[in-house]
Design a protein around this ligand. Structure first.
Ligand code: PMV
Length: 337
């Protein structure tokens, strides 16, 4: 049996930072699904023989053992969820639409694509239709943020008493969003393509002993609800305020953890200052966010694209590594290929 899926990356608007047990988030998060930054994965089930390896993994056509080991651990741990997994060997061929060295976290798109393949096979073997929640659930077990790369423009992951059907186990799509957010753009400014200074597992763990953890989780729960409200009523100001506060909080948490990490570069701060100045001068709703690294995501409604992209070219490219920017936009999630 062979199946292929393409799954996008996503950018968190309200950040997931801190987890417990088996990838259970300490607070609910909200993300926007991307379109152009994606992973395409082909999974082939092979008959298991005594000398076959459990997982053969090829990235861009080249064998990659360290990734094969991570996937092997992931699949092994899924044997209590997928009753057929131990019966086969797996050949997995994967490629990303974005350069591996772009400094973009690829685990969200990678696990979303792989989990979609697994759910597709599970559905076929059990003669049922593809279940997006199960795909999100399986993706979450590989990488928490991958649960949000399955379906819908804006995704909610984590239980919240105000949101019906919200769950720590899988992400759900936001049921309605205002038209102003329907065609959002995300220009990803590549400040550095160097490997991340801190892996996300280490980062999440640092939250356990963090002095500010309870306040942070409370703030994130409030921001989660306020962000959903902003997305529903079309409040760009509230959207931008929460977006930027979330990015700066994530970085502040890393700066104040033990050990401490500074994940921005001077160029990231230069971009942030320029963006705030541009917004003040033009009134154009251009806002920034960051993941746990130095690259800056700039979010804006598509009808401001010409002005924003002109500003990026004239004033921000000089802060990017080799003038690199990826122009992405809102997407819909995983697709069978
Ligand atoms: O999915 P993980 O374990 O790689 O964690 C992702 C953490 C952030 O990207 C920093 C925030 C988020 O919510 O995506």
């Amino acid at each position: 049996m062979q199946v292929s899926y393409q799954a996008p990356s996503n950018i968190a608007l309200v950040k997931y930072w801190g987890k417990r047990d088996r990838q259970i988030p300490m607070n609910p998060s909200v993300s926007m699904t991307l379109a152009e930054c994606y992973t395409e994965t082909k999974l082939t089930l092979l008959e298991k023989t005594s000398d076959s390896s459990f997982v053969e993994f090829l990235f861009d056509g080249v064998e990659n053992n360290s990734f094969a080991q991570r996937i092997e651990k992931y699949l092994d741990a899924l044997s209590d969820k997928l009753d057929w997994i131990e019966k086969y060997s797996f050949k997995i061929e994967s490629k990303n639409s974005f350069p591996h060295s772009a400094g973009i976290a690829s685990s969200a798109s990678a696990f979303a694509a792989l989990a979609s393949c697994l759910e597709d096979i599970d559905a076929k073997l059990h003669k049922r239709t593809f279940d997006y929640r199960k795909a999100s659930f399986l993706a979450r077990l590989g990488s928490g943020s991958a649960s949000r790369s399955i379906q819908g423009k804006f995704m909610l992951w984590g239980h919240d008493p105000h949101i019906t059907n919200s769950s720590n186990e899988y992400a759900i799509a936001l049921d309605e969003c205002h038209e102003v957010f329907e065609n959002m753009k995300d220009a990803i400014l590549i400040i550095s393509s160097a490997q991340k200074k801190v892996g996300s597992s280490v980062g999440h763990n640092l939250m356990n002993g963090h002095l500010f953890k309870e306040l942070r989780y409370q703030q994130a729960r409030d921001n989660f609800n306020d962000m959903i409200q902003a997305l529903k009523i079309g409040d760009l100001d509230a959207f931008g305020n929460i977006l930027e506060a979330e990015a700066l909080t994530l970085h502040a948490l890393m700066m104040t953890s033990h050990p401490s990490f500074i994940l921005m570069e001077p160029q990231s701060l230069n971009v942030i200052n320029k963006v705030r100045q541009f917004r003040k001068e033009t009134g154009i709703p251009l806002y920034f966010t960051l993941d746990a690294g130095p690259n800056v995501h700039l979010l804006y409604p598509d009808h401001f694209a010409d002005k924003v992209e002109d500003f990026i070219k004239k004033e921000l490219l000089l802060f990017c590594e080799e003038d690199r920017v990826i122009y992405d936009h809102i997407g819909m999630g995983t697709q069978r290929k």
